[in-house]
Design a protein around this ligand. Structure first.
Ligand code: SAM
Length: 345
């Protein structure tokens, strides 16, 4: 019997195994949707443990599929579990899990890229940004083709404090192709240092938890997978709008093997490029001969802050688009070929 005043720990009743569910509902993984399943519940438990204590937590699992991670989340004693799954074939198996955990599971058949998370949880869970993170967690093992655009969208949501971050500093535990995880967590000077490193680390504490070898999945993908945990920072390291930081960071990494000033140049129209680049590098106190991977977070902060000042002084600057200028130059040089291009478009 449970001790007085203490709720008994929740455990799912005996159920068919995940493998049996896959057979029962004929859930063959679709290669074109990059579906790779985890059937080993010790591994799914290990992923779920990375999210921290989930007792009485509200969790959103993205892409539950046949439900391996789902079982581990339910066994962690959550209060409520929201499942967002795009592929209808998985819904009956998930309903079976929902019946085994009465009142705990909500199933949404939908696309996580468009699902409106800002209304997904009760309002009373909201915490102020400066407070501890709310008792809300996002957990998921998504296809690689979805996890990268999704983390960029969620980082933008962190910066604007909307979407899942309407509730405060909601934590996320997600899987990525190992190389993408390395980019997300790369330090200054690291081989994988990239746009993703700066965009994620200026907004979140990003921790690489562990690597799952490809052979742990069914079917086996060609790559290894890593679990990454994100906690939004109270104070972003660069306090500028997401779009501005993204533009500066993207430009710098455009020429990752060249001096960093080569990327910075493309922030400015050709006619004033050299002068403005020099001005920006000087005011930001960044050595123009450093390579993009050698720049620290404070270098990026200085570059963004100085670029912001320059944009405030010249209201047309932020809208300037290097690629568009290149396209127009090409069009002027060979109008015929551009006409043909426009016809095909
Ligand atoms: N979580 C399961 C596991 O670990 O065994 C399945 C993982 S499988 C790599 C990815 C799952 O995400 C599939 O069930 C797939 O249908 C689902 N999925 C793919 N794209 C999605 C999207 N845009 N929104 C929601 N679910 C998606």
């Amino acid at each position: 019997m449970a001790a007085a005043g203490k709720a008994a720990a929740f455990h799912l009743p005996p159920l068919p195994t995940v493998g049996e569910i896959i057979k029962l509902f004929r859930l063959r993984a679709q290669k074109e949707l990059s579906q790779n399943f985890l059937l080993d519940l010790r591994l799914t438990d290990k992923i779920v443990r990375q999210a921290g204590k989930l007792k009485n937590a509200y969790v959103c699992e993205v892409g539950p599929g046949p439900g391996g991670i789902t079982r581990s989340i339910l066994n962690a004693g959550v209060q409520q579990l929201l499942l967002v799954e795009k592929d209808t074939r998985f819904i009956p198996g998930l309903q079976m899990l929902s019946e085994a955990a009465p009142g705990k599971v909500r199933i949404v058949h939908g696309d996580i890229l468009t699902y409106k998370m800002e209304k997904a949880f009760p309002n009373h869970l909201k915490k102020s940004w400066e407070d501890e993170p709310p008792n809300i967690h996002i957990i998921g093992n998504l296809p690689f083709s979805v996890s990268t655009p999704l983390i960029i969208k969620w980082l933008e949501n962190v910066s604007k404090r909307d979407g899942p971050f309407t509730y405060g500093r909601t934590q996320m535990t997600l899987t990525f192709q190992k190389e993408v995880a390395e980019r997300l967590t790369a330090n200054t000077g690291g081989k994988q240092r990239s746009r993703l490193s700066i965009m994620s680390q200026h907004l979140c504490t990003v921790e690489s938890c562990f690597v799952i070898p490809g052979q742990a999945f069914v079917p086996k993908p060609d790559v290894d997978v890593a679990v990454v945990h994100f906690t939004p920072l109270v104070q972003p390291k660069i306090q500028q709008p997401f779009e501005l930081v993204e533009k500066v960071v993207q430009s710098v990494f455009q020429f990752r093997r060249k001096y960093c000033c080569r990327g910075v140049e493309i922030l400015f129209p050709e006619r004033e490029r050299l002068k403005k680049t020099e001005q920006l590098m000087m005011a930001a106190d960044v050595d123009p001969t450093l390579r993009p991977v050698q720049l620290t977070m404070s270098h990026f902060r200085n570059l963004c802050n100085t670029y912001r000042k320059m944009c405030d002084e010249d209201p047309n600057l932020f809208a300037y688009n290097y690629r568009e200028e290149l396209r127009q130059k090409k069009r002027k040089r060979s109008p015929e070929s551009t006409d043909r291009l426009e016809e095909t478009v």
